[in-house]
Design a protein around this ligand. Structure first.
Ligand SMILES: Cc1cc2nc3c(=O)[nH]c(=O)nc-3n(C[C@H](O)[C@H](O)[C@H](O)COP(=O)(O)OP(=O)(O)OC[C@H]3O[C@@H](n4cnc5c(N)ncnc54)[C@H](O)[C@@H]3O)c2cc1C
Ligand SMILES: Cc1cc2nc3c(=O)[nH]c(=O)nc-3n(C[C@H](O)[C@H](O)[C@H](O)COP(=O)(O)O)c2cc1C
Length: 802
């Protein structure tokens, strides 16, 4: 780094891209975020005066490694090539992930990791700051932030996950600190692992997992993580109970970990460094800036260590903040631009980290899986790594998993058949109930016929008609169809006949009584139907409004409940006579039966309310009555809301108990949805966000499950299925966008076989039409071909000289 020009003294014109905004800057914290920002900000405008306050000493700070899950670190490479070159020179690099589980090891290649010693990273950044004449003051706690804010143009709070600045301006930043359920202890070992290594071991007290990776020629990081309950049962609580001096490690626990995991350490040591059991806290802030104070790195956001992104996020923040200061005319605009640019990136990483940490919190759920499927499940836990990209990285690994679960490598999981009851589905894709709201007369409409025909031709293995009311009072809107008269039954029979004339795809119908969610207008773009003016009386488990603008339902009495049960059974009989192959009962989404299941909507004190066994009474009565008339062998599905996304709602244990009871009463599969039970729900929408509930039900009950909700791409579908999270995937809006979604997926994946049958008259269109430029053939431009990167690269350091 010696060739770098020294910064010009005060008053020099700003460097390239730099402006005079924020001439005097205070940085709190000399972690990677603070130091990298200080270096970049100084480089881009050398006239700047930058002071970094760090309470610890220059050489303090825990050792161990920091791993980057993407060795390219694009932005960082370009922003300061010298820092990047210095970091890169220290990298331990490899491409494999080893999963050690149940005495076996599985390896997936092609990933691309880079790691280095945290202290070396800090030293490189420190050196860079020194070269650029940044004033870094070690062993100097930052003065109170208000003082800094008054004295400096800008205060960058890079003071870490327990940021004092964030606490001081709590009202402005509005932080949310989510302390998680596992305990972990951060250690090093002198065993040099050759790859990123996940160890999952089952003991009599529960499961222990280890995240280990090499970071130098002599060391690996070794993080041991245990779910809270198992941690207590293992006896760690007793070791952790006493006070530890500053810098002291919990040596009893370290010894115990070494004993438990001796089989993976091959005689090597565990090396503590102020190591104790802690719980991970996910940090989120409603705002990252307050006047001239801005949060950066872990102070603003944290991401669970299992996806190895915290340091990268902090470095990228530093880059974006420096760039914004250079690009924007005022400080206010620069800080706003910084937050606007970084927030979506951070939130996306946090969603992946959240999925990953929840996966590890509940890992015990999956320890019944065989090693191949478990390894695939682990690798796809954050939903960022998918079937498709694992296949692109290491096809042999995915082929082995495919084979281990009884599939064959040439057939993507979504195109495998499934037997449900006596019905054979040609593939695993379902069109879920998608109401069309086109039936003012309660009869299935021309559009229902067109939609079901389109979807039946589109390739899905099963197509369900949208919610259909079992009684006039059970209609959600006054444009929903019904099945409470024989006339309606005949209209559905005619519709089924018409679809059958062109397709043999199995058809189903969803029956419902909307309960307090009834008498609404057709849903608007937000998916919520507002109450119809002068709407009819509503029935529910309890007299509770949906929201302040909704009418008050009345608590259904036993006679009304008996009538509802009879209506469901009569409608089911009509559905069977209409020729439907499959029936789905809507016991979710806050409809009448759902209102009995959720403790938030069922406040009854009679035999239909109170404990879960009572709340299950109506659902089980309805199911028994329907099962009695619905033909044996024809699949009967139940849709539930496995979670209400509101405090006090249905718990995971209750969702499992509900599904067990439904299975005993004759349900063949559960369509696992969530929410829409109460208006104040807060679902964490995102790709596949409901899928963990399908996995929960499937693993706990053995019942086939349908996963649904934001599963929009074939790659997601294949990941869910191969990981064993569900037996079927329902794809809703994406099949409204493209009714031929399944067939198009087959074309994209290069699959042609019995799982994807093109309608004969459309066969000529069964391949994607060539796009513009398809006839252009690229000439060869390289003299020497670059050899393809090896799939498996392991860390094998040159041993240090004696
Ligand atoms: C177990 C574990 C494993 C991890 N593994 C990885 C990994 O492999 N890869 C990865 O990318 N990330 C990993 N991380 C995350 C990573 O450590 C952080 O994301 C990263 O260090 C954040 O950098 P930062 O600069 O924002 O904060 P920090 O590195 O926390 O730095 C904050 C600094 O501020 C100082 N400070 C605080 N208050 C004051 C004050 N009042 N005055 C002066 N100084 C102050 C502190 O002493 C500290 O030096 C891991 C985290 C944990 C907990
Ligand atoms: C237009 C539309 C109509 C819907 N109608 C119903 C319905 O009748 N019954 C039901 O249970 N869910 C219904 N849903 C919810 C879907 O079945 C599905 O659960 C939801 O759209 C999430 O899946 P997706 O993200 O793949 O779209 C509907 C959704 C949409 C977009």
């Amino acid at each position: 780094m010696s060739g770098t020009p020294r910064p010009t003294p005060d008053g020099a014109p700003p460097g390239p891209g730099g402006t005079a905004t924020a001439r005097r800057i205070a940085v709190i914290g000399a972690g990677p975020g603070g130091l990298y920002f200080a270096a970049l900000a100084r480089q881009s405008a050398p006239g700047r005066e930058i002071t970094v306050f760090e309470r610890d000493g220059r050489e303090d700070g825990s050792g161990f490694g920091v791993v980057f899950s993407d060795e390219t670190l694009d932005g960082i490479a370009q922003a300061d090539p010298e820092v990047f070159a210095a970091i890169s020179a220290e990298f331990a690099r490899w491409s494999d992930i080893d999963i050690r589980y149940a005495g076996r090891v599985r390896t997936s290649g092609g990933h691309g990791f880079a790691a280095l010693d945290r202290n070396r990273l800090r030293a490189i950044l420190r050196r860079r700051c020194a070269e650029l004449a940044v004033d870094v003051r070690y062993r100097t706690p930052a003065p109170p932030v208000e003082r800094l804010a008054a004295e400096y143009d800008l205060v960058v709070a890079a003071d870490g996950i327990r940021s004092g600045t964030r606490a001081a301006y709590r009202e402005a930043f509005r932080p949310e600190l989510d302390e998680r359920h596992c305990r972990y202890i951060w250690l090093a070992t002198d065993k040099v692992f050759e790859a990123f290594t996940f160890i999952v071991e089952r003991f009599d007290f529960g499961v222990v997992q280890v995240h280990a990776y090499p970071y130098s020629a002599t060391r690996s990081t070794f993080i041991v993580e245990v779910a809270e309950e198992a941690w207590r049962r293992a006896g760690f609580e007793a070791f952790a109970a006493r006070e530890f001096a500053r810098g002291e490690s919990d040596r009893e626990s370290v010894r115990r970990c070494a004993d438990l995991l001796a089989g993976h350490l091959d005689g090597h040591r565990l090396i503590p460094d102020a190591s104790r059991w802690i719980r991970f806290t996910t940090v989120r802030n409603a705002s990252w800036r307050h006047r001239n104070v801005v949060l950066l790195g872990d102070a603003a956001h944290s991401a669970h260590f299992s996806i190895g992104s915290g340091t990268k996020l902090a470095l990228e923040d530093a880059l974006a903040l420096t760039a914004s200061l250079g690009e924007q005319p005022t400080l206010d605009e620069a800080l706003a631009a910084y937050e606007a640019e970084r927030r979506p990136v951070v939130e996306s990483t946090q969603r992946a980290a959240q999925a990953s940490l929840e996966w590890f919190e509940t890992v015990g759920r999956r320890t019944g899986q065989d090693v191949d499927q478990f390894a695939f499940n682990l690798l796809t836990r954050s939903r960022r790594v998918t079937y498709g990209n694992l296949r692109a990285r290491d096809a042999a690994f995915v082929d082995a998993v495919d084979t281990a679960v009884g599939g064959s490598p040439g057939v993507p999981p979504m195109f495998r058949p499934l037997k449900l009851g006596a019905l054979e589905l040609r593939n695993r894709v379902v069109v879920p109930p998608l109401a069309t709201f086109t039936s003012p007369d309660a009869l299935p409409s021309g559009f229902d016929r067109a939609q079901l025909t389109g979807h039946a031709l589109g390739g899905a293995g099963l197509v369900l008609a949208g919610m259909t009311a079992v009684s006039p009072a059970g209609r959600t809107t006054d444009r929903c169809p019904g099945l409470w008269t024989d006339h309606q039954g005949a209209a559905w029979r005619e519709l089924v006949r018409a679809v059958r004339a062109v397709s043999d795809t199995p058809l189903g119908i969803q029956l419902t009584h909307a309960g307090r969610r009834g008498a609404t207008a057709v849903p608007g773009p937000d998916g919520i139907g507002r109450p119809l003016p002068g709407g009819r009386p509503l029935l529910s488990a309890s007299a509770l409004r949906w929201d302040a603008d909704s009418p008050l339902p009345h608590e259904a009495d036993e006679a009304e409940l008996a009538a509802v049960t009879a209506d469901f059974a009569a409608a089911a009989g009509r559905a069977a006579r209409a020729g439907f192959d499959v029936l789905e009962l809507q016991f979710g989404h806050g409809h009448l039966v759902s209102s009995f299941l959720s403790p938030l909507t069922n406040r009854r004190t009679d035999r239909y309310g109170g404990p879960l066994a009572h709340r299950l009474r109506l659902p089980l009565e309805v199911l028994a009555a329907v099962r009695a008339v619905w033909p044996a062998g024809q699949p009967l599905l139940v849709r539930i809301s496995a979670c209400d996304w509101a405090p006090g709602g249905t718990t995971e244990a209750e969702a499992v108990a509900i599904c067990r009871a439904l299975a005993q009463a004759g349900a063949d599969a559960v369509d696992v949805s969530t929410g829409e039970v109460v208006a104040h729900q807060r679902p964490p929408y995102g790709r596949g966000y409901q899928t963990p509930f399908a996995e929960l039900v499937r693993t706990a009950t053995g019942l086939p499950t349908v996963a649904v909700g934001a599963i929009s791409g074939p790659d997601d579908a294949n990941s869910v299925l191969l990981a064993g999270r569900a037996d079927l995937v329902a794809v809703g809006r994406a099949q409204l966008y493209d009714p031929l979604w399944t067939l198009h997926a087959a074309a994209e994946l290069g699959y042609s076989g019995p799982g994807a049958r093109w309608p004969e008259p459309w066969r000529a269109g069964s391949r994607r039409p060539p796009g513009p430029g398809a006839d252009r053939v690229a000439p060869r431009l390289r003299l020497l071909r670059e050899p393809p990167a090896p799939v498996h690269r392991r860390w094998s350091p040159t041993p240090p000289e004696e």
